[in-house]
Design a protein around this ligand. Structure first.
Ligand SMILES: Cc1ncc(COP(=O)(O)O)c(C=O)c1O
Length: 402
């Protein structure tokens, strides 16, 4: 048998993609109504979406923006973080969690994660210096980090917490939704940033949301979403302000349009149904893969509910004669899509050259990177789709198990 190239015949006629957005008639009709309404940019639908989202997560202030990245950038800027400051970021994340820190002029201080993919609280505590201003935990794949420990550290060192919840809308920690005002202890400034990018658990095509309990921070973040202007166009149209506005900060152009919010309103209403469907698929994967030698299942914590943005298996490489890249190619040869989350930030040339990181700096993250595969996961997946993925994995294991 040729072991140099994927040799498997496709299991299916067409590719099973890693992810497909779930868009229904409600979203389409609302977008059409928006297009016909005469108001396309930030306006009544964005306000409706924000109010519904704030209620869903349990937060006083929900602000819609045009990406999860923008949400984090605004939060750091509103907190006054910039040159000379340090912000602690896990290395096992998407590059933008670290980019936004660099964009403010502050230094992203990368730290290690655990086998559950969450930022390691001990590593956070060790990385704190007099320059540290904030921690950015990433709720990887749909499961919350250990927030109790992280908030305890933040309170002790007077640090702000910007939670990157790009993957985790709808996930709970200790019975509270991520983004809830009740997650952070009194006195700790918290901002939670969500992403509605096309493959996320709910989408607006591109988009994001910020939640916080802090009135002052909320006011500054609201200002920063739209050029630092004291009034937006919708206020002027509605007669809540005249033509005159003042620019109070060098703000960004990160506002959400009503076309995006039109999609978001209906995605949010369907979110719990989407999450339930994702959980059902995860439990089918769990059943099919339990006890399979060569495959390690995702680590789940009983004090958190998982929103399964991703279902990430790890290859037990000591049991196999195949590496992760080859495993992905083999899946693809059988028409099964997959993805890899993430290439650790410290391995990217920009972070090595600009901040002096090297391969070997974070052994857990690097080992995880060599092991992880994100299997197809989206609400419309059928039991047959899951069975195809499981059959493909089992064929690859037959070929490559030691
Ligand atoms: C962990 C994480 N953080 C942040 C982002 C950025 O979100 P957005 O694409 O909405 O800017 C992503 C996007 O995939 C992500 O995976």
């Amino acid at each position: 048998m040729n072991t140099q190239h994927p040799t498997r015949a496709p299991l299916r006629d067409a590719l099973l993609p890693f992810s497909i957005p779930s868009i229904g008639d409600e979203e389409i009709e609302e977008v059409v109504a928006t297009l016909r309404s005469g108001w396309l940019t930030t306006g009544p639908r964005t306000r409706r979406f924000e109010a519904a989202f704030g209620e869903y997560v349990g937060s006083r202030h929900a602000m819609a923006v045009n990406s999860g990245t923008g949400a984090m950038h605004i939060a750091l800027t509103a907190l006054g973080i910039g040159s000379g400051d340090e912000v602690i970021v896990p290395t096992f994340t998407f590059c933008s969690t670290a980019h936004v820190v660099a964009q403010t002029g502050a230094t992203p201080v990368l730290v290690e994660v655990g086998d559950d993919f969450g930022i390691d609280p001990e590593a956070v505590a060790c990385a704190i210096t007099p320059l540290t201003k904030a921690i950015m935990p990433v709720h990887y794949g749909g499961q919350s980090c250990d927030l109790a420990q992280l908030y305890e550290i933040a309170a002790r060192h007077d640090l702000a917490v910007i939670e990157d919840a790009a993957h985790s809308v709808g996930a709970d920690y200790h019975g509270l939704r991520l983004g809830s005002d009740r997650l952070a202890p009194e006195g700790v400034r918290r901002v939670t940033a969500f992403s509605f990018y096309a493959n996320k658990n709910m989408t607006t095509g591109e988009g994001g949301m910020i939640s916080t309990a802090d009135d002052d921070l909320a006011g500054r973040m609201r200002l920063l979403t739209l050029h630092g202007m004291s009034h937006d166009g919708w206020d002027r149209k509605e007669g809540r302000s005249g033509w005159y506005y003042e620019v109070l900060a060098a703000g960004f152009k990160y506002n959400m349009s009503d076309i995006q919010a039109a999609i978001g309103i209906h995605q949010l209403a369907k979110l719990d149904g989407f999450t339930a469907a994702r959980r059902r698929i995860a439990s089918l994967y769990d059943e099919g893969l339990a006890g399979t030698s060569g495959i390690l299942l995702p680590i789940r914590h009983p004090d958190r509910t998982h929103a399964y943005h991703l279902y990430v298996i790890r290859l037990d490489l000591e049991m196999l004669t195949v590496d992760r890249a080859r495993f992905v190619d083999e899946l693809r040869a059988m028409n099964i899509g997959s993805s890899v989350h993430f290439i650790p930030v410290h391995l990217h040339p920009y972070y090595r050259e600009e901040f002096g990181y090297h391969p070997g700096d974070f052994p857990v993250a690097e080992r995880l990177y060599s092991q992880v595969i994100s299997l197809p996961m989206f609400p419309q997946m059928t039991e047959n789709d899951v069975a195809d993925v499981l059959a493909a994995i089992s064929r690859i294991l037959e070929k490559y198990r030691k």
